[in-house]
Design a binder for this molecule. Structure first.
Ligand code: SF4
Length: 320
């Protein structure tokens, strides 16, 4: 038994919604089904979703995660991760004749389709996102040129599109809603005629999890986010709690928790990024109970029922 570190009668409040989104559920399902249907190994380009536990679990079951298509042998089965890939990667994979399943989240594909459509009409793009993130590489890689990345307000001042008559803005799906709104406002101020997407590109899961953390932060003395360091949406949740004045920590698993964070705390808020499984949340709950929390309750929040269809060719006998 650990030493009692929280306040007496401390409670844990679980954010609602938290954890897996429809795009992550679908992406993991695709790899699991490919393993069952075609046997191991199944090659996956990039981490299927940005979560250490999920990736290690699939590795143990026969998935091989690669970054470079050169690592995939001829005739192999290849899955593209939920973050999406560039046209160049798509074309190269097709040229090599792999059996391909695309686990790109349909909400990322929606952005790709919009970019391709407007590019055919002569548009250039400002993309708001984080440099080096695979989703940004995939979306920017839908075009050979004419898509300019801005990460912050300074970039908005510096960006130089070749023309401004036909300009559209797109965003990464997992940004801070508030940051994206501020950057979009600055982009619109500089380019008043810029075209915005009909529906915002930031996805429902990112929006709902950030809204839940705002509510959670108003009730909690500390917010713990279960998520891996590479997970954009998880990072944004911990950052949001801190911006709201509540100590916010991101942990990959219960082993990352530090007892000193909980000293004297009465209400511990707990959430998980869209790629973090509930099993890890429950392990974190157990550890915080060991620190002294005596009750656990669920916050009220939006109920998510979205489910995306699977790509063709992954039906299992057990489905019928
Ligand atoms: Fe899709 Fe959003 Fe989930 Fe990313 S976080 S996989 S965009 S639903």
């Amino acid at each position: 038994m650990q030493n009692h570190v929280t306040a007496a009668d401390a409670s844990i409040v679980l954010a609602e919604p938290r954890g897996f989104c429809a795009g992550v559920d679908r992406a993991i399902d695709i790899v699991e089904r490919a393993l069952l249907k075609f046997g191991k190994p199944i090659y996956v380009r990039h981490e299927i979703v940005h979560n250490t536990y999920v990736v290690n679990d699939l590795k143990a079951r026969g998935a091989i995660f690669i970054e470079d298509l050169d690592e995939v042998p001829a005739g192999a089965t290849l899955v593209f991760s939920a973050h999406g890939v560039s046209k160049a990667v798509q074309q190269e994979a097709a040229r090599r004749g792999f059996r391909i399943f695309d686990a790109t989240c349909p909400l990322v594909t929606k952005v790709h389709v919009e970019v391709a459509k407007l590019a055919r009409e002569g548009y250039e793009f400002i993309m708001i996102g984080h440099k080096g993130h695979p989703e940004v590489e995939g979306t920017m890689g839908q075009l050979d040129a004419g898509i300019h990345l801005v990460e912050d307000l300074d970039d908005v001042v510096r960006v130089e599109p070749a023309q401004t008559d036909k300009l559209a803005v797109v965003t990464q799906t997992t940004l801070s809603v508030d940051d994206a709104a501020a950057i979009t406002a600055a982009v619109k101020q500089r380019f008043p005629q810029i075209r915005e997407p009909k529906q915002q590109d930031i996805c429902y899961a990112t929006q709902n999890r950030q809204d839940a953390v705002k509510l959670l932060s108003s009730q909690a003395d500390i917010v713990i986010v279960v998520g891996s360091p590479s997970s954009s949406n998880s990072n944004r949740l911990a950052e949001l709690a801190r911006r709201l004045g509540v100590p916010g920590y991101m942990v990959d698993s219960a082993g990352d928790l530090r007892p000193e964070w909980f000293e004297g705390k009465q209400t511990v808020g707990l959430t998980a990024g869209a790629s973090a499984p509930e099993v890890l949340v429950q392990q974190v709950v157990q550890q915080i109970r060991a620190y002294g929390a005596t009750s656990v309750r669920n916050m009220d929040g939006v109920v998510e029922n979205l489910k995306f269809p699977l790509p063709k060719g992954l039906k299992l006998d057990s489905d019928s």
